[in-house]
Write a protein that binds this ligand. Structure first.
Ligand code: TYM
Length: 334
């Protein structure tokens, strides 16, 4: 069976970008009997950005409820919290010892932090950079290599990390024998980068996200706030540079997309397009939103699913780490 794996960092409420980039393709895979999926809540990753324990805890719950509300098949998929599988932290160390520092210097998240310091005229380019942020791609490599995932559905922003996981896995294999399968990122063409309300990539860091299960009235408000240009009703508009269209396209069928393209050519008014997008999304999200709200009221049900997943994940991870320990010359645990 092909192993498909992906994770979401538990620092906020899941948004439309997380859904189309990672969760939706992952859920589709979970229904395929030829695939063994591993999906998880990346709560160790959350600690890199978030020092608010209550937020980390609450976000784990919300993200777990999101997956379940969207119909994840937990019979087939192994669904767990990263921190419930301590072997992942152990593997992170084994990988850290074979990872070149120069590789980490090139990671986008680290480079962005350094660049922001330089632009702010800071004398120390590493100001505010923790070793957690710097080593982030190694923890992510451990997530992926632990389960020998061959495919990792993600948005475009994560592709570099998966390439790094390949590099790190390859280095370990070269030194200690063929232990790891080298993973590949799977990025959808239409969903690689969903745009946010201000027209930049939808991202928690830009504060421009549309949460997936926002109540109806708030969803409407957020969509009405999406930035558009100043073309008037009746003037032909370019869908391919339009945030509203970018979001619509990630949800609609090819026929629907073709029809809306035509309406852009005919000069649809922005107000009309916004109302149309709101109604379309709301229709799409209504049923899972109701399930989501109900699930959050029974956290014990969510916890039960996660505990079951952790057990299944550890049944694979624990013997694998024993083998890896032996391969580097460390005595397996008895
Ligand atoms: P995170 O939590 O930032 O995002 C979760 C997933 O959502 C995708 N995504 C998007 N896709 C399209 N358009 C957008 N605007 C958009 N914004 C976010 C991300 O690409 C990602 O797939 N480090 C990861 C979590 C992680 C992980 C892993 C993923 C930890 N270990 C192992 C895969 C495999 C992260 O912070 O994603």
């Amino acid at each position: 069976k092909a192993i498909v794996l992906t994770g979401i960092t538990t620092t906020g409420t899941p948004h439309l970008g997380n859904y189309v980039g990672a969760i939706r393709p992952a859920i589709e895979h979970s229904r395929d009997a030829d695939v063994q999926p591993y999906y998880f809540l990346a709560d160790y990753h959350a600690l890199i950005k978030c020092r608010d324990p209550e937020r980390v805890r609450q976000s784990s719950l919300e993200i777990a409820a999101t997956w379940l509300a969207l119909g994840l098949d937990t019979e087939n998929a192994v669904f767990y919290r990263q921190s419930d599988v301590p072997e992942i932290a152990e593997l992170t160390w084994l990988l850290t010892c074979v990872t070149a520092k120069g590789l980490m210097n090139r990671a986008h998240a680290y480079k962005a932090a350094v660049q922001a310091n330089e632009e702010a005229g800071e004398s120390d380019p590493d100001k505010g950079v923790t070793m957690g942020l710097f080593n982030y791609p190694i923890l992510m490599a451990a997530d992926i290599l632990m389960f020998n995932a061959s495919k990792v559905p993600v948005g475009k922003d994560q592709v570099q990390h998966i390439e790094m996981a390949r590099d790190i896995g390859q280095r370990f294999n070269h030194l200690y024998g063929e232990h790891f399968v080298l993973p590949e990122a799977v990025v959808g063409e239409e969903t690689a980068v969903l745009l946010g309300m201000d027209g930049r990539k939808m991202s928690k860091s830009y504060d421009n996200t549309i949460p997936l299960f926002e109540p109806e009235n708030r969803l409407r408000k957020l969509i009405m706030k999406i930035k558009t240009n100043s073309l008037q009703p009746g003037e032909p508009k370019d869908p391919d540079t339009c945030t509203l269209f970018c979001i619509y396209r990630a949800f609609a069928t090819p026929e629907e997309v073709a029809q809306v393209r035509q309406r852009y050519a005919e000069g649809i008014a922005w107000g009309e397009m916004k109302q149309f997008l709101f109604e379309y999304l709301n229709e799409h999200l209504k049923a899972p939103r109701e399930r989501y709200v109900a699930l959050l009221e029974s956290p014990e049900q969510i916890e039960k699913a996660l505990q079951d997943g952790a057990q299944r994940a550890r049944a694979v991870a624990a013997p694998f780490v024993q083998r890896l320990r032996a391969s580097v010359g460390i005595r397996p645990l008895v």
